[in-house]
Design a protein around this ligand. Structure first.
Ligand SMILES: Nc1ncnc2c1ncn2[C@@H]1O[C@H](COP(=O)(O)OP(=O)(O)OP(=O)(O)O)[C@@H](O)[C@H]1O
Length: 251
């Protein structure tokens, strides 16, 4: 694994393979995300999308290949906590907010998690931290709901709150797994807007099956199939690709 590659990519994944009991979940996967980019990853079930996220976040170690963050951090040698500390945030498919706490307190807990539990659990937020959380409430469309307990939010609002909790940790790169599954059409549209807002200051990788949502994002799309990249380009370009239609979109 070579950590001296020259690259401008914030996320550099090159020739990565991962096998589980002889089955190749990733097979020479190469993917390069530039700083400030938002990328959508699509592909059939079992294509390797989740495994790709697992490799980037340190949950799964690649058998071969190179995974670099910011051109110099070799993620294949780091554990999950160190990778999160570097500035890679991951939003899993199911929301895991603290239901008994208010929206605001959930965000405060996320800030405290970032600062380190032991030193500052009882310390008050600084003015700058409060201002930042107000901004995050606005970005995640939750300003009016700040005093509601998280358990009373709709499914979509819980997903936005969890995205807000990730933002409170100020990641440079956000990985988002199927954010709109189970959302209403209106929530889906708003989630596309919300991610575009977030993408003004951060790089984002979104895995999603919902093609109207991917269209609304309006970003470059990577199609995975059998653990490697089948096609890459605009949604229109990959939708016109015969192999992509055959293995995924035409189903
Ligand atoms: N820990 C594991 N042990 C054994 N096999 C695994 C493991 N994790 C993933 N796989 C297999 O690797 C393949 C790729 O799975 P992965 O979850 O990455 O696909 P995916 O593109 O995310 O699919 P989906 O759209 O269904 O979430 C699948 O065939 C899966 O069964």
């Amino acid at each position: 694994m070579n950590a001296t590659v020259e690259t401008t990519a914030i996320l550099y994944v090159d020739g990565v393979s991962v096998s589980f009991d002889g089955f190749r979940a990733l097979n020479g996967l190469s993917l390069f995300i530039e700083p400030g980019e938002m990328r959508a990853i699509i592909g059939p079930n079992g294509a390797g999308k989740t495994t790709m996220m697992d490799v980037v976040t340190g949950k799964t170690k690649p058998d071969t290949g190179t995974v670099l963050f910011g051109g110099r951090h070799d993620l294949s040698r780091m554990d999950e906590a160190s990778i999160a500390d570097l500035g890679i945030g991951r939003k899993f498919q199911r929301p895991t907010v603290f239901e008994m706490h208010t929206v605001w307190d959930n965000l405060v807990l996320a800030v405290k998690q970032r600062r380190g539990v032991f030193t500052t659990l009882f310390a008050r937020l600084t003015g700058a931290e409060r201002d930042r959380l107000d901004e995050i409430l606005a970005i995640t469309r939750l300003t009016e709901l700040r005093d509601r307990s998280a358990g009373t939010l709709s499914h979509g609002q819980k997903q936005w709150l969890e995205i807000g909790m990730l933002l409170a940790q100020e990641p440079a790169l956000l990985l988002v797994d199927e954010p709109v599954a189970g959302m209403t059409d209106a929530e889906t549209e708003q989630t596309a807007e919300l991610l575009r807002d977030i993408n003004r200051t951060r790089s984002v990788v979104v895995v999603e099956h919902d093609m109207s949502f991917v269209r609304a994002l309006g970003v470059r799309v990577t199609v995975l199939h059998e653990g490697s990249v089948l096609a890459e380009g605009s949604l229109d370009a990959v939708s016109a690709n015969e192999r992509v239609v055959e293995v995924y979109l035409g189903r």
